[in-house]
Design a protein around this ligand. Structure first.
Ligand code: FMN
Length: 682
């Protein structure tokens, strides 16, 4: 490593272009710019929004709009549509019930004549053997049939004539009078198989969204629980009044007595009850109106009755706003990740029936253990959200856990009392979690924490001990705790505090009663970048597993490394296979029409804006690689490896063109890192 400035990746001399490290992207901006599931929805995240003619006007609630304006000023993604639009029914090869009255184009021949040439999905071998870049490889050679990833997966392509890989599923027939008719091909066998094995789940439709929007959705469990809380609050107020009266009476009694008389015992006891400063948590809980010993509502769904989370030794892909979308999670599954979690959604947006928010709960069937993450600030938003999730998705078996975000650092979320603000409001959190447990039935609730709000003031240990409780029954019925080893204030440039993570785990384990029930799994989180990091975290820091965020964004194959306990010197060709997969998964989710391709391209570039940071380990003098090491300028072992390491966003667009065809002029890509969302952050 000699000769390298501290914190620089030790690239072998023969690959070095310059020892100066390239600028480090701001991961704080990347996390914050999308925080709250707030800003990711300015592309077309929800494939169902595509109705072929923009019939659905997107309604966004005020909070989301404000967030987008405040947090994402610099990010614009050009809208791309076909030059001529066509009625989506006609595009799907069906009849339109509006007939001549329909305000959308029904002239298929005309539409097809104006449509840009088809694309094709080359294999990596075809791509690498082709002489030059994107445009040439994208023209369908007459000798080679086009491939449509959606048709291949589902046996039909619901984008029909709008599909940009149309030649893979169109057939022409000549009628007797010599006119040509066009129809869409369906592979019935594949279609039947896909209906069982390949369909995404957790569709929460327009009807439910409307009921939520119009406040007609019914919440029996929430209503009962909130009533219970109100009664508990009332009781607490009565107790408080009683205490005041006693105190007052005592004061009067003392005044009447000789001042030299020794203070009576009961008074001291009274003081310790009301001013016990040794236990901030309890004081806080009492202050928030829920005395832990007096008023904690009964946890009728006990941990023992919940679906048990046996997560020891598993890998967990962190919730990642914008970048942790369904196609990316699917890619990680293909590399072996065990547990996946959707991007954070706001409880208030779920409850206002936001289409974009509900699109975040979508799950691919390959996601073996899948959870939804929500952010909210109290029981009366978190509990009803849990209730809808349980009713609408739980019944489909679509959710394995619901995670409450207690770590989001961004101002917009923090200031509403959500995200990391909950770290300092354990009473509110406890009430919400207990209610969520009731609302979710057998689906476990998990929490994702940071170490604390302010640097030098870690509070997670106390919170975790309280959350887990003792006697074999968890205090708040928690299914799993993930602890990100940073405070809200701490930036990504400083390493996560794994020593403190160990301290928290040990404290929780020491407090747990020795019963038959398995201990609540505790996952550590922060800076995991290799198989070595994962396994040493489990061995040295006593966690049950590690949640991985940026490590997966930079090298999604990290999950294979961990499973196989090896550091994988992945080749550029193998990496390109991964990029192709992500493109195909994107098309399958967002659509293979012009608009879907645009959205896929945007998210592919988003992914590449992290993946370029990977320094191939075959180029390193010392292993394992470390996430915070800055890369010096280097050349790869082949042209493709150099291209994949390019920090230039124009090159990410170029890579996208290999599979998605030439980017339209309107397409502009601004990576999340450049959105400066943290400028306002303290
Ligand atoms: C781009 C980005 C988006 C994130 N979005 C979320 C989110 O939606 N919910 C959440 O709890 N944490 C979010 N985080 C934090 C990560 O889940 C994780 O806790 C953090 O990155 C630390 O893990 P790492 O060092 O492995 O990246 C995000 C982080 C990044 C970089």
């Amino acid at each position: 490593m000699s000769g390298f400035p501290a914190g620089t990746a030790p690239v072998k001399a023969e690959f070095l272009i310059s020892i100066d490290p390239i600028a480090v992207p701001d991961d704080d901006a990347a996390e914050g710019s999308g925080g709250g599931g707030l800003t990711s929805r300015n592309g077309r995240d929800d494939p169902d929004t595509n109705d072929g003619g923009g019939r659905n006007k997107r309604k966004r609630n005020k909070e989301e709009k404000k967030a987008r304006q405040g947090q994402n000023k610099n990010r614009r993604f050009g809208k791309v549509r076909d030059e001529q639009d066509i009625c989506f029914k006609i595009a799907a090869g069906t009849l339109c019930e509006f007939g001549a009255e329909c305000k959308y184009n029904h002239d298929l021949q005309n539409y097809l004549a104006a449509k840009p040439p088809d694309l094709w999905m080359p294999t990596v071998d075809e791509l690498l053997s082709a002489s030059s870049g994107s445009e040439e490889t994208q023209n369908v050679p007459n000798s080679r049939p086009a491939r449509c990833p959606i048709f291949e997966e589902f046996g039909e392509c619901k984008y029909g004539f709008k599909c940009r890989y149309l030649s893979a599923h169109i057939q022409k027939a000549l009628s007797e009078d010599g006119t040509e008719s066009l129809s869409l091909v369906v592979d019935e066998a594949k279609k039947a198989h896909a209906a069982i094995s390949a369909k995404e789940v957790n569709y929460v439709g327009a009807d439910t969204q409307k009921l939520l929007r119009t406040k007609k959705y019914v919440f029996p469990v929430t209503d009962a629980y909130l009533r219970e809380l109100q009664e508990a609050d009332k009781r607490e107020q009565e107790i408080e009044m009683e205490r005041k009266h006693l105190k007052e009476a005592e004061r009067e009694r003392r005044e009447a007595e000789d001042s030299t008389v020794v203070i009576a015992e009961p008074e001291q006891k009274q003081e310790t009850v009301t001013e016990d400063k040794t236990d901030n948590l309890h004081t806080q809980i009492a202050a928030d109106g829920l005395h832990p010993d007096v008023d904690t509502p009964d946890v009728s769904i006990r941990f023992a009755e919940k679906n048990r989370l046996d997560w020891r030794g598993k890998t967990y892909l962190a919730p990642l706003t914008t970048v942790g979308n369904l196609p990316f999670r699917r890619l990680c599954v293909s590399y072996g990740v065990d547990i996946t979690c959707g991007e954070m959604g706001l409880a208030t947006s779920f409850l206002s029936g936001s289409k974009e928010e509900w699109s975040l709960v979508r799950r691919h069937p390959s996601e073996r253990t899948f959870g939804v993450q929500i952010a909210g600030n109290k029981a009366n938003t978190l509990v009803p959200t849990a209730e809808v999730l349980a009713k609408e998705c739980g019944s489909q078996g679509g959710i394995d856990f619901v995670d409450v975000n207690c770590g989001c650092p961004i101002d917009l979320v923090f200031k509403t009392g959500s995200g990391s603000a909950l770290l300092d409001a354990p009473a509110k959190l406890g009430k919400a979690l207990i209610g969520m447990n009731k609302a979710l039935g057998s689906i476990p609730v998990t929490i994702k924490l940071r170490t604390g709000v302010k640097d030098g003031r870690n509070t997670a240990e106390k919170l975790m001990t309280r959350a887990v409780g003792g006697g074999g029954e968890s205090g708040w019925g928690i299914g799993c705790i993930t602890l990100h080893g940073r405070t809200r204030q701490q930036r990504y440039t400083k390493l996560a505090d794994w020593e403190y993570i160990r301290q928290c785990v040990d404290a929780v384990r020491a407090g747990e009663a020795d019963e038959d029930l398995p201990p609540v799994p505790i996952f550590g989180n922060g800076d995991c970048f290799s198989s070595h990091d994962y396994h040493s975290a489990v061995d040295q820091y006593h966690v049950d597993g590690v949640m991985i965020g940026r490590g997966a964004l930079i090298k999604p194959w990290i999950f294979t490394e961990i499973k196989e306990r090896r550091e994988w010197d992945i080749s550029s060709r193998e990496r390109l296979e991964g990029v192709k997969k992500l493109a195909e998964f994107g098309l399958s989710h967002f659509g293979s029409d012009t608009s879907g391709i645009n959205t896929t391209r945007r998210y592919l570039c988003e992914a590449l804006s992290f993946q370029y940071r990977y320094v191939p380990i075959g180029l390193l003098e010392v292993l394992p690689a470390r996430i915070n090491d800055r890369a010096p300028r280097f050349r790869g072992r082949d042209e493709l490896e150099s291209l994949l390491a390019s920090p230039n966003s124009a090159d990410w667009v170029k890579i996208s063109e290999m599979f998605l065809g030439p980017a339209p002029e309107a397409f502009v890509f601004v990576p999340k890192h450049k959105s400066n969302a943290y400028e306002s952050q303290g």
